[in-house]
Design a binder for this molecule. Structure first.
Ligand code: ADP
Length: 382
């Protein structure tokens, strides 16, 4: 195979492993930067298949397909981490350029390895252990699939030994992690970016709200004590420096009732907690990621409005509807930006789209009211 061998600072086409909504949302930034996108995704109906210049239809963990992608693109990045790392490492040895480098993914793909990596760096995490049937467990605890979990699939809170038995049956025979249940006061998240020249940029810290372990709302920015904000920034800098990361990375955090910060999860890619940046920031997380992987200087992540709220439109039924009427009602909300991912089918819990509303005031009550308005339009009355 012949890889495209552009000089490191001249990237014309970015290959993305994954073709879901995250890749889809890179389209306008790619256009703005004069970049083409090539995607590797299983199906022609996946959101980003429609916006890519080149498509490789294959499973995410099909490294032979990633080799084909590397013939179409100057650099390969990820919107999904369910990859076959060992097989990709062979491609890297044969000269395929990955950004972030595969060494960034190595400690992060398995939730146990990720916790161990954070602990070794001295960063705060919940207490955790590899799960084995005879592990002593203090209830409540959280069981997590070490790999391939997302949107709460693979994460179960267990409060009794009976719940543990049920969770083990449901999770099936796969490697698990067990950790302490954190009775968090709030969940926070932040997107950080690093360029090929080591430039660093941090987005405003946000509050995320999960329902049934799936993100429902994001409030940006969250108001925090300066010391806490500084601690979170220091965590982000330490992580990106140690990983030698290129691109954006999302950090999800718990804020405990006694105001301690613990890291829940790191995602080496653009993330749902940063969708607000598409409309609310000078440079969106999608543009920032493309800038970094293309070897360009970073853009300014500053917000353009005092406050923004993002609400996910999650499927609540199995259907093939495009929910046109509801989308129109959502678009009628002043300063609303409605994104519809164009997925072929709705299923309960599936991320079908999102709405971001920019506010001219910093009061949280106003953002909460808008989130409630959006959810009242979107979800059927109980
Ligand atoms: P996923 O990778 O599927 O997003 P996470 O590990 O991020 O799974 O967990 C999803 C959600 O479950 C979190 O946002 C949080 O609300 C809850 N959760 C996860 N771990 C814990 C924990 N140790 N204590 C309390 N809640 C947790």
């Amino acid at each position: 195979m012949t890889w495209r061998t552009a000089s490191p600072n001249y990237v014309r086409c970015v290959g993305i492993v994954g073709g879901g909504q995250l890749a889809w949302m890179m389209a306008s930034a790619a256009q703005k930067l004069g970049l083409k996108l090539a995607v590797q995704t299983p199906s022609a109906t996946d959101p980003a298949a429609a916006i890519a210049t080149e498509r490789v239809f294959a499973a995410i963990d099909d490294a032979a397909a990633t080799a084909r992608l590397a013939c179409l693109a100057d650099v390969i990045t990820f919107e999904n981490e369910f990859v076959d790392l060992a097989a990709l490492q062979e491609l890297a040895q044969r000269g395929v350029r990955f950004r972030p480098h595969l060494e960034v993914l190595t400690p992060l793909l398995d939730k146990l390895h990720q916790r161990q990596y954070l602990q070794a760096l001295g960063l705060p995490t919940p207490t955790f252990a590899e799960f084995s049937p005879d592990s002593p467990i203090t209830y409540p605890a959280v069981l997590k699939a070490r790999r391939h979990g997302y949107d709460g699939y693979g994460t179960v809170v267990v409060r009794t030994s009976q719940e543990l038995a049920t969770a083990l049956t449901n999770l099936g025979d796969r490697p698990l992690l067990v950790e302490e249940f954190i009775p968090f006061e709030r969940e926070l998240a932040v997107i950080a970016a690093r360029s090929t020249s080591g430039e660093f940029a941090l987005y405003p810290i946000v509050e995320t709200q999960q329902v049934d372990q799936v993100c429902r709302r994001v409030f940006a920015p969250v108001r925090l004590e300066p010391a806490l904000a500084a601690q979170i920034e220091a965590i982000a800098r330490t992580l990106l420096e140690h990983l030698d990361a290129i691109g954006v990375l999302a950090i999800e955090l718990f804020l405990t009732p006694d105001q301690k910060v613990l890291i829940n999860e790191i995602a080496p890619r653009v993330h749902n907690s940063g969708h607000f940046s598409l409309d609310a920031c000078e440079t969106s997380q999608f543009e920032q990621h493309l800038r970094a992987v293309a070897g360009l200087p970073l853009g300014n992540p500053v917000m353009r409005s005092p406050q923004a709220v993002m609400v996910n439109l999650l499927g609540y039924e199995s259907a093939q509807s495009d929910y046109g009427k509801k989308r129109q009602q959502l678009a009628a909300i002043p300063h609303a930006h409605v994104y519809w991912y164009g997925k072929a089918e709705a299923r309960p819990g599936r991320k079908l789209g999102h709405v971001t509303v920019l506010l001219s005031t910093p009061e949280r009550a106003a953002a909460t009211a808008i989130a409630q308005q959006i959810e009242a339009i979107w979800y059927p009355a109980e």
